[in-house]
Design a protein around this ligand. Sequence first.
Ligand code: FES
Length: 149
Amino acid sequence: MEFSLKVNKKNYTVDVEAGTPLLWVLRDELQLMGTKYGCGVGQCGACTVHLDGEAQKSCQTMVELAEGVEITTIEGLSEKGDHPVQEAWKEIDVPQCGYCQGGQIMKASAFLAKNPSPNKDEIRMAMQTNICRCASYNRIEKAVAVAAE
Ligand code: FES
């Protein structure tokens, strides 16, 4: 079945089964590999993208629900990897293995767009949706705070 998607400001038509998670459409059909598969059941956040600016887990978003929505992946967050959150991530040297970091950055950037001056508790609460197996949580929280400055 064909679906029309707008991803990172470009229009695409994909031919996949209804019910296919957006995660697999992004990775397998559009070769946007920055969106990661971690758990597939909505618990880790590695697959986080923006749907109309909201952080959403793409493993839990069926392709048909992504039609007519502005989809942004980590590849489209900024032109040169210079979104304030990405700059803060580099400044704090957040990643260890790096696998979850795209999802973390997508979550943090959507959060800061809504709450540009969060306190520590708000940052911790917001970022609880995203798991880091290297437990780089202190650096993640610090980078979100730096991005907010
Ligand atoms: Fe989607 Fe883990 S892969 S939340």
